[in-house]
Design a protein around this ligand. Sequence first.
Ligand SMILES: *Cc1c(COP(=O)(O)O)cnc(C)c1O
Length: 238
Amino acid sequence: MPETNINENLSKILGQIRECEKNAGRSMGSVSLVAVSKFHPAEIVISAIDAGQKIFGENRVQEAAEKFDFIRESGFSPELHIIGSLQRNKVKTAVRIAQCIESVDRLELIEEIEKQCAKIGKTIDVLFEIHTGEESKAGFTSEESLLEVISNCNQGVYPHIKPKGFMTMAPNTTDKEQVRASFRTLRLLREKMQSQFQNLDLRELSMGMSGDFPIAIEEGATIVRVGTAIFGERDYSK
Ligand SMILES: *Cc1c(COP(=O)(O)O)cnc(C)c1O
């Protein structure tokens, strides 16, 4: 395997993000980078921290807990976002280790997050994951169930939860227009929900990965989640 130069990859991606912001007429720094470190060991995360990266994304809670407990015990303070589908029995660990859960996709989950946060007196950020493309399975599929959760938030039902916006995964296709349509769906949904719930701050749009983040930024992404382009290919056999 060729040596991955994390420092170099990170500066390249950050450069591309700044370039896309500029081309889209967006202000510099309006898009933040979540470095997706799933399947890569703690040492690799630490080299990204040394290179200046502050926010990381993981999709499996158990793996994330082992890795990020070790990293924090080693004296580093990265921010962690959980980005993968979350089972109820993993919520306790997830809220302990993460600053944000980007993959809230059902009422039962947000209730469990509130319960576990209340127990440890922690407030956590959440994004609502929305199903916007045919091939992806995750995310809210009905506006009705999403509305129920957001209006609960609006009414103060979850005092330990700060809703911040929305997340989606575009379909895994080379058809750029289909990808763009998926991102646009998320942006329009955000606008609609924000105007309906003006007391909430639903500004974040987490969309775009290694293969499609430039399109996501054109469509208004405020957070991009990039793994492979920073850390190289993942070895799923491990
Ligand atoms: C793995 C993953 C990413 C990063 O994907 P890359 O193609 O490696 O950049 C982004 N978002 C989610 C939800 C993921 O699971």
